[in-house]
Write a protein that binds this ligand. Structure first.
Ligand SMILES: [Zn+2]
Length: 97
């Protein structure tokens, strides 16, 4: 499934990922990290001092996208959309007469 697109800017919504930190034994490769988490890994992060080891990984459930401002990618896009809708004449609540 491809990511839903923001109705304002058309960018794909970000995946809703969870960061998992590894304890010992820490994985050295993305494949090892994959086996330890048994989830879809979107990115891995290595230690600064010893880059041989992976400190954490972001995992994704394969279906959930960041929905904080759904269906928009950001609050900025939601605002721009609302202002454009208002300029086009949309009103949720009108003044009572
Ligand atoms: Zn957007």
């Amino acid at each position: 499934m491809s990511a839903p697109l923001c109705p304002m800017c058309g960018k794909p919504l970000a995946k809703d990922t969870l960061n998992i930190r590894f304890a010992e034994p820490r994985p050295r490769t993305r494949a090892e990290a994959q086996r330890l988490t048994n989830q879809h890994i979107t990115s891995v992060h290595r230690y600064h001092v010893n880059a041989d080891f992976i400190s954490s990984a972001n995992v994704w459930d394969g279906k959930t996208y960041a929905s904080r401002y759904e269906p928009f990618c950001t609050l900025r896009c939601a605002l721009a959309f609302a202002q454009a809708a208002h300029r086009a004449g949309y009103v949720i609540k009108s003044r009572k007469g």
